[in-house]
Design a protein around this ligand. Structure first.
Ligand SMILES: Cc1cc2nc3c(=O)[nH]c(=O)nc-3n(C[C@H](O)[C@H](O)[C@H](O)COP(=O)(O)OP(=O)(O)OC[C@H]3O[C@@H](n4cnc5c(N)ncnc54)[C@H](O)[C@@H]3O)c2cc1C
Length: 640
């Protein structure tokens, strides 16, 4: 497998402009002769489908929810970054680029990240033009707040509902094109496989989730914008339906999967409350603008939020402010999460489980007044109260890290094309811009950059060579894949074992969290590999799926998805085992500084790990895309 990232020549700041100039174009009147499949209607897929349709291409957009507005992107709370520098606090494209590269612990491509920073301002303009109600300053300019890993305020927001408002913008743009007859929507339809003809992606096989009907769809190119795979850990902040199936099945058809072990564990989530829980809730990172993180100096397991009010200042340890005076509570997520784990492992965690730390707004409320805090975070405070029955205006919140985002994903080149010609991956589904740790508010930026600004400019280069190359779903390649999809479903239905999908999923989640979570070591990873392998074998012997395949059957939907999580889990472990350095969210206990910070090994690991599928039960093969840093100097990340 050749990993050609197709990074354009020339100075960093000129690459994207040059690339657009050198890219082949499709003449406007010819665009209507091309069909493009977009799988996903979240911020990445919705924006791509709308923009490509606006250009004149015919789009079929698939998603498993009943409306594009229910894509997981709706859950995004805190904001979206852009280097507008409205604050005059020293921001620039270069600073956003630099912070993102550094935040990702130098494991992402310079050229991609610079482009992301470069188009970030256009995203805000586009969204404002669509009517997205970003918060504003008294003078009318858009307001900004700070997010982790940056010393400027560049995060645009709409209270704690930024994802929802951005998605409504993309949805309006998409609907305009539906009305114009340029986009056909396929709700409640799940892609189950990719179809290739002559080595090129030419369509998909999908299942109607309401009727169970299996159908084929052809196109000149296929775009996957299917989100992240954090639910491999069972408990995560992701929507319950988020899954890896589209990306994983494309991987099994030849698309390389990059950096699968790079998982983001978000420091501020509502702690796990019990065994029957199936979902975790994020408390936005924006809260760390005003909330102070602390634990008691001495272990006080069981300490409640109410009791915490009595604890004098001198008995509290504001450990982030103490250890990282320049970034304080706004250190990046990987650093904040690891530190929460350290204090809890030290026996200083609070709450009934001892696996929680406080996020305290008392000082902010005293300083700014309750009204100001309510205006900024009101909906988040309400959500917290409804879930925990504690009132965060009166007592500190309790938080703990939880799985939140996956930096790994399908390998893509600068054009966002995977290793399968004609197959593209956008948004969280690809691995592209965040390296080993994503900075807050940069996923929305990346998804919308990919959909509104990158893919409309890059896809023409490929499509221009596909003129007149039409393929029908009668082609035998479609029949063959359809048959395989049916057989796989029959196989799942006919196991008729004793354990539910959730039983297996939970067990997988425990293994992943315990051995491949916030910190990892060789011994445990090897143990995890054997356990997952055993679990996967057992899955195909002892799973029970109720109902039939010709109806709405959520048990079957999950069974398909968990089968893929089990395979992906093993490759995540392989990846974590192979990378014996620590970087970003991937903390190998064997590789840490004396102060317990992540210790990279740049000479050995400055590469993207791209895994290639070799067939059922075969060890995947690792390919390396070496990363070249010409504009930033690799240093030990410091937020002190
Ligand atoms: C609680 C929470 C809060 C967050 N807050 C922020 C924030 O403030 N700022 C920020 O930058 N990031 C935030 N993030 C991250 C960000 O929301 C996501 O990374 C981003 O929205 C992903 O967008 P996407 O378009 O790539 O995928 P998604 O929004 O997950 O959309 C995936 C789409 O693919 C479809 N799909 C998936 N598989 C299939 C299939 N097999 N067949 C058919 N359709 C399929 C789904 O139906 C859906 O339409 C947050 C994440 C969480 C969990």
């Amino acid at each position: 497998m050749i990993l050609d990232a197709k990074i354009p020549e020339g100075p960093l700041a000129d690459k994207w402009t040059r690339h657009k100039f050198n890219t082949k174009l499709v003449n406007p009147s010819n665009k209507r002769k091309y069909d493009i499949i977009v799988v996903g209607s979240g911020l990445a897929g919705g924006s791509a489908a709308a923009s490509l349709a606006e250009l004149g291409y015919n789009i079929k957009c698939f998603f498993f929810q009943d409306s594009p507005r229910r894509a997981h992107s709706i859950a995004a709370q805190g904001g979206i970054n852009a280097s507008k520098n409205y604050q005059n606090d020293g921001d620039s494209d270069y600073r956003l680029f630099y912070d993102t590269i550094k935040g990702g612990d130098y494991r992402s491509r310079e050229a991609n990240v610079y482009r992301l920073a470069e188009v970030s301002s256009s995203i805000i303009d586009q969204c404002v033009a669509q009517g997205v109600p970003f918060a504003r300053e008294y003078g009318g300019l858009l307001a900004n707040r700070s997010f982790g890993g940056a010393q400027v305020s560049r995060t645009f927001y709409a209270r704690g509902q930024t994802g929802q408002q951005l998605l409504l913008g993309a949805y309006s743009a998409l609907n305009r094109m539906v009305a114009a007859g340029k986009v056909e929507l396929f709700p409640r339809t799940e892609m189950l496989d990719l179809v290739q003809v002559d080595g090129k992606a030419r369509g998909i096989v999908a299942r109607n989730l309401v009727t169970g009907e299996i159908s084929s769809h052809s196109a000149h190119a296929v775009i996957l914008a299917t989100g992240g795979y954090g639910n491999v850990f069972y408990l995560s902040t992701n929507a319950m339906g988020s899954n890896a199936t589209a990306a994983w099945r494309a991987h099994k058809r030849g698309a390389a999967f990059a950096n699968p072990c790079f998982t983001q564990i978000h420091p501020t989530c509502i702690p796990v409350s019990g065994h029957y829980q199936s979902k975790l809730t994020l408390m936005s990172e924006s809260l760390r603008n005003d909330g102070r993180v602390w634990v008691p100096k001495k272990g006080m397991k069981g300490l409640t939020a109410k009791d915490a009010l009595m604890l004098p200042e001198e008995d509290r340890d504001y450990y982030l402010e103490r250890r990282y005076p320049s970034f304080g509570n706004l250190v990046p997520r990987d650093v904040a999460s690891r530190n929460a784990k350290i204090v809890c492992d030290d026996g200083r965690g609070v709450g009934a489980s001892g696996l929680a730390v406080f996020l305290d707004f008392a000082d902010a409320i005293k300083r700014d007044g309750r009204d100001v805090i309510e205006a900024k975070y009101g909906n988040l405070f309400d959500m917290y109260k409804q879930i925990t029955d504690d009132n965060p205006y009166e007592v500190p919140m309790m938080i703990y890290p939880a799985v939140h985002y996956t930096m790994g994903g399908l390998w893509v080149d600068y054009n966002l094309m995977t290793t399968i010609p004609g197959l593209y991956a956008l948004g969280e589904c690809n691995f592209s811009d965040h390296g080993a740790n994503r900075l807050g508010a940069s996923a929305l930026m990346q998804g919308l950059a990919d959909g509104y600004f990158v893919i409309p400019n890059t896809i023409g280069d490929y499509l221009s060579g596909m003129m007149g190359n039409n393929v029908s779903t009668d082609h035998e390649a479609f029949k063959k894949v359809e048959e395989e999809v049916r057989l796989n479903i029959d196989k799942l239905m006919n196991i008729k074992g004793t354990k539910t999908v959730d039983d297996f999923h939970k067990e997988l989640g425990h293994i992943m969290w315990d051995y491949c979570g916030m910190s990892r070591n060789e011994k445990d990873l090897k143990k995890a590999k054997a356990k997952i392998h055993g679990l996967r074998q057992n899955y195909w012997k002892d799973l029970t799926v109720i109902g039939s395949s010709e109806e709405l059957n959520m048990s079957l939907e999950k069974a398909n998805r968990v089968a893929d999580f089990l395979e992906l889990g093993e490759v995540m472990i392989d990846d974590a085992l192979m990378r014996t350095e620590s970087c970003g969210g991937h903390f190998r206990e064997e590789s840490q500084t004396q102060e317990g910070e992540a210790l990279r090994k740049d000479d050995d690991f400055s590469f993207v790990a791209a895994w290639a599928y070799q067939g059922k039960d075969q060890q995947e093969i690792l390919h390396k895309e070496h990363l070249h840093f010409e504009n930033v100097k690799l240093t030990q990340r410091s937020y002190k």
